[in-house]
Design a protein around this ligand. Structure first.
Ligand code: NAD
Length: 303
């Protein structure tokens, strides 16, 4: 299949790489030159613009930071046309399936999906879970919102990058499920960091404490697979000064999306709000570009 892939960050690069390895004809675009060069060396084609990347594509996949980027890519900005318009004008006359894997608000997803539908395109919100490790291993969980036909069409491509592919419901439902998941993850990561700091301040070895909690009722994904204390878990972001991974700023964004969703539906999210404040404070202290497990540092101040 001819696939256009836009957005080669921590997640997009390994996802695009897996599509290349599976034998698809992938053309990439990112604003960062070095990210495109890396994919090119693996066998992908590269384009000078998102519009150029999508020419003649059967499937368009985007993996961008936030809703503002997704809307400006597809709908345009400051009078400049967006990708939907360019796809409509594409002389190859192929009607591509469009899959956005970014985490954005359900409202933004529905807005772009409706604009795509008006032009005759199927647009799916397909946010992912599983982190950079899952992206590299082709073991992501995709949470898809959109039509059942679109889901069936996308599934073979998503199966290359993921292990679990769920159809959550209509457009926006993928984002609702993803936001609920990440609110829980933010709560679990900050709770895990808090428990580890408490134990260490009271004389525990963080590795011993982690092993005990893993085998006890406090075990959870953050502790079991993404331990935030440096040196406890091989391969975890904590062991490389929290470089790369899932950035604090992206977690703060997702907790903000959860807060907006709660406001709109008159839901109460006291734990999610607390987590949002913790990650926002951590970001304000200059840690926005570090992996979100660096929230551990917040509990170690003054050591
Ligand atoms: P990132 O910041 O590492 O990468 C985003 C990429 O998009 C960058 O390379 C940037 O240059 C590019 N970009 C921005 N605007 C662009 C444009 N107009 N055209 C082309 N490229 C553009 O982010 P990431 O960690 O890869 O995350 C991407 C999305 O996936 C986010 O919505 C995030 O919340 C979500 N997510 C991330 C993780 C994770 O562990 N990192 C896990 C699950 C979901």
């Amino acid at each position: 299949m001819k696939i256009a892939f836009i957005g080669l960050g921590n997640m997009g690069s390994p996802m695009a790489s897996n599509l290349v390895k599976a034998g698809h004809n992938v053309t990439v675009f990112d604003l960062v030159e070095s990210a495109m060069q890396a994919l090119e060396s693996e066998g992908a084609g590269r384009a000078d613009s998102a519009q150029a990347a999508t020419q003649g594509a059967d499937v368009v996949i985007s993996m961008l930071p936030a809703g503002v980027h997704v809307k400006s890519l597809y709908l345009g900005r400051d009078g400049a046309p967006g990708l939907l318009e360019a796809l409509e004008d594409d002389a190859s006359n192929i009607t591509p399936l469009i899959v956005d894997a970014s985490t954005i608000s359900p409202e933004d997803a529905r807005t772009v999906a409706a604009a795509a539908r008006e032009k005759g395109f199927t647009w799916l919100d397909a946010p992912v879970s599983g982190g950079v490790g899952g992206a590299k291993a082709g073991a992501l969980t995709f949470i898809v919102g959109g039509s059942a036909e679109g889901f069936e069409q996308a599934k073979p491509v998503l199966d290359v990058m993921g292990k679990n592919v769920f159809h959550a419901g209509e457009n926006g439902a993928g984002q609702v499920a993803k936001i609920c998941n990440n609110m829980l993850l933010g709560i679990l990561m900050s709770g895990t960091a808090e428990a580890l700091a408490l134990g260490v301040k009271n004389g525990m070895d963080p590795a011993v404490l982690s092993e005990i909690m893993k085998q006890s009722s406090g075990g959870n994904w953050a502790l079991n697979g993404y331990n935030p204390w440096p040196g406890v878990m091989e391969g975890a972001a904590a062991g490389r000064d929290y470089e790369g991974g899932f950035l604090t700023d992206l977690m703060a964004k997702d907790l903000g999306l959860a807060w907006e969703l709660a406001l709109g539906s008159k839901s109460t999210v006291p734990m999610g709000s607390q987590a949002r404040n913790l990650f926002a404070l951590h970001s304000a202290q200059g840690n926005g570009g570090l992996d979100f497990s660096s929230i551990q540092k917040l509990y170690r101040e003054g050591e």
